[in-house]
Ligand binder design. Structure first.
Ligand SMILES: NC(=O)c1ccc[n+]([C@@H]2O[C@H](COP(=O)([O-])OP(=O)(O)OC[C@H]3O[C@@H](n4cnc5c(N)ncnc54)[C@H](O)[C@@H]3O)[C@@H](O)[C@H]2O)c1
Ligand SMILES: O=c1ccn([C@@H]2O[C@H](COP(=O)(O)OP(=O)(O)O[C@H]3O[C@H](CO)[C@@H](O)[C@H](O)[C@H]3O)[C@@H](O)[C@H]2O)c(=O)[nH]1
Length: 446
C-alpha cells in the first residue's frame, strides 16, 4: 500500500519505517525542515535501538522517503496517518493544535479518496474533529463531493524497544465505523499481527479511550508499587520481595511493578493528566487517575527528601554524581524525566553536580539549559563519579548495573549511593562498604 505519515517523531518514524519494511511504500512528512534534511542525509534524529539500519535499508530500497511536500505525498496514497505530537497544555489537557493543523493541511491539498488515521494519542472525539476539519476545508475549496474516511489506530510502542514492539505487538487496536476500512487496516497489519485475534476492531471512540486506559492502568501499577515501597521503608519490608510475591500471581502479572523515582516520559504523565482533565470537563472525577498522578509527584519528592535527610540537608562543597538522565533506559528522551526535578533540587542544596547518561547528554543540555553553568557533563560514568561524595542513580541503564563495585568505591571520595531504581543488591553494597539507600528496601541497615 502507499502510505503517508504526517509527523516524523518517535511514533511516525518507527511506524513509517516498519510499514516500509513490510513492503509498503511510505512517505514521511514533517514541518521541521531540519529533521527532513537530516533524515535525507542519513542522520537519525532520535536514539532508538535497531531503527537506523532499518531506515537506511528501506530508504535505499526505495520504499521509504522523507519530505515536506504533503500535497505530493497524499496525491497517490491510500492511507494517511497523523502521528504529530499532542503535548500537554498548562491545564493538563492535550494540545490538539498539531493534530487539527495536520487535518487542515490534508483538507487543503487532498484531491483523491483517502483514509485518514489518527495514530497520535488523542482524547475521545478527536477523530470526529479531524473528520469535521477536513470536511470544512474541502467545502471551502468547493470539493465537498470528494470522499474520505477516518479511523483511529492508537499506538502502544515503548521508547527503547519501539521497533520490536511495533514489529511484534501484543495487540493492534483499530477504531472505525465502516467494514471496508476495517478490512483495509487488517490487511495492512497482517504482517505484524502473527495471529488474527491480535487485531481488535471497535468503534472509534472506544479505540481512543483504550489508549488512555492502557497508559493509566500501567501508570496505576507503578504508583501503587511506589506507595507500597514507601510503606516498606516505614515498616521494614522489602519491595522487591513484594514484587516477586505478587507478580507471580497470573492475575496480576509481573510487568510494570518496579518501584523507583516515579514514572516520566512523554506519555504517562501527560495522558494521566489528560484523563483527569477530560473527567473535570465532563463533571466527573477521575479519582484513580488523580491519585496516580499525586503519588507519582510525591515519589520524586520522596527520593529527594531521602537524600536531604540522610545528608542533613547540606551539600555545600560536596560533589554529587548523577548517573542517568533520560526518563528510562535505552532512549535519549528527556521529556518529563524525573532527573530534571531531582537535579534542580540537588542544585538548590548547594551541590556541585556531575552528570552522565549514555545517550541523553545533548537532550539533557537542552532541557537543563538554565542550570548548565552549574553542571559538569562528564564523558563517561567513571569520570562523573570520580572524587564524588555521593552517587545518585536515576535511570536504569545496564552499564550502571554492571559497574565494578570495588573500582567504584575506589574512585569516590565517599562511598554513598542513592539508587532511585533499585539496581543493586543492598546486602552486596553493604558488603562492599557502601552507604546504600534505595526505594522500599531500606530495611537492611547501613
Ligand atoms: N513517544 C512514544 O513513545 C509514543 C508512543 C505511543 C503514542 N505516542 C503518541 O504519538 C504522538 C506523537 O508522539 P511522538 O513522541 O512521536 O512526537 P514527537 O514530538 O517526537 O514528534 C512529532 C512530530 O510531528 C511534527 N509535526 C507537528 N505538526 C506537524 C504537521 N502539521 N505536519 C507535519 N509534521 C508535523 C513535529 O515537527 C515532530 O517532528 C503523541 O500523541 C504521543 O502521545 C507516543
Ligand atoms: O515497572 C516500571 C515500569 C516503568 N516505569 C517508568 O515508567 C515510565 C514509562 O516507561 P515505559 O512505559 O517503559 O515507556 P514509554 O516509552 O513512556 O511507554 C509508555 O507510553 C507509550 C506512549 O503512550 C505507550 O505507547 C507505551 O505502551 C507505554 O508503556 C518510565 O519513566 C519508566 O522508568 C517504572 O517506574 N516502573
Amino acid at each position: 500500500m502507499k502510505i503517508c505519515m504526517i509527523g516524523v517523531g518517535y511514533v511516525g518514524l518507527v511506524t513509517g519505517t516498519c510499514f516500509a519494511d513490510k513492503g509498503n511504500i511510505v512517505c514521511c512528512i514533517d514541518t521541521d525542515q531540519e529533521k527532513i534534511k537530516a533524515l535525507n542525509s542519513g542522520i537519525i534524529p532520535i536514539y532508538e535501538p535497531g531503527l537506523k539500519d532499518m531506515i537506511l535499508d528501506n530508504k535505499q530500497n526505495g520504499r521509504l522517503e522523507f519530505s515536506s511536500d504533503l500535497r505530493n505525498s497524499i496525491a497517490d496514497s491510500l492511507l494517511c496517518f497523523i502521528t504529530v505530537g499532542t503535548p500537554p497544555n498548562k491545564d493538563g489537557s492535550a494540545d490538539l493544535s498539531y493534530v487539527l493543523n495536520a487535518a487542515r493541511e490534508i483538507g487543503k491539498c487532498m484531491d483523491n479518496y483517502l483514509i485518514v488515521v489518527t495514530k497520535s494519542t488523542v482524547p475521545v472525539g478527536t477523530t470526529d474533529a479531524v473528520r469535521d476539519m477536513i470536511n470544512s476545508e474541502l467545502k471551502a475549496r468547493g470539493k465537498e463531493k470528494l470522499t474520505f474516511d477516518v479511523a483511529s489506530n492508537p499506538e502502544f510502542l515503548k521508547e527503547g524497544t519501539a521497533v520490536a514492539d511495533f514489529m511484534c505487538p501484543d495487540r493492534i487496536v483499530i477504531g472505525c465505523d465502516k467494514g471496508p476500512i476495517a478490512v483495509c487496516m487488517r490487511e495492512l497489519y497482517k504482517p505484524f499481527a502473527h495471529s488474527e485475534n491480535k487485531i481488535i476492531t471497535m468503534d472509534i471512540k472506544s479505540a481512543e479511550i483504550t489508549k488512555y486506559a492502557a497508559n493509566a492502568m500501567l501508570a496505576t501499577r507503578i504508583s501503587f508499587m511506589n506507595e507500597m515501597a514507601q510503606l516498606c521503608d516505614k515498616l521494614g519490608g522489602d519491595i522487591e520481595n513484594i514484587r516477586r510475591g505478587i507478580g507471580t500471581d497470573m492475575r496480576i502479572g509481573s510487568q510494570f511493578l518496579c518501584a523507583g523515582v516515579g514514572y516520566g516520559g512523554s506519555c504517562f504523565p501527560k495522558d494521566v493528566n489528560e484523563l483527569i482533565h477530560t473527567g473535570q470537563k465532563n463533571g466527573f472525577e477521575m479519582a484513580i487517575a488523580s491519585a496516580v498522578h499525586k503519588v507519582n509527584e510525591g515519589q520524586k519528592k520522596y527520593f529527594v527528601d531521602m537524600i536531604k535527610k540522610k545528608l542533613s540537608d547540606n551539600l555545600q562543597g560536596k560533589k554529587i554524581a548523577v548517573w542517568g538522565l533520560a526518563f528510562k533506559a535505552q532512549t535519549d528522551d528527556m521529556r518529563e524525566a524525573p532527573s530534571l526535578m531531582i537535579i534542580e533540587e540537588l542544585l538548590k542544596m548547594g551541590g556541585q553536580i556531575a552528570v552522565y547518561d549514555p545517550e541523553a547528554m545533548e537532550q539533557a543540555k537542552q532541557a537543563l539549559k538554565k542550570e548548565n553553568h552549574k553542571i559538569e557533563y562528564a564523558n563517561d560514568m567513571m569520570r562523573a563519579v570520580a572524587h564524588a561524595d555521593v552517587l545518585v542513580l536515576i535511570t536504569d541503564w545496564q552499564e550502571f548495573r554492571e559497574v565494578d563495585l570495588d573500582q567504584l568505591k575506589k574512585v569516590m571520595r565517599q562511598p554513598v549511593i542513592f539508587d532511585g531504581r533499585n539496581q543493586f543488591d543492598p546486602l552486596e553494597m553493604v558488603k562492599h562498604g557502601f552507604r546504600y539507600y534505595c526505594i522500599g528496601r531500606n530495611c537492611y541497615g547501613k
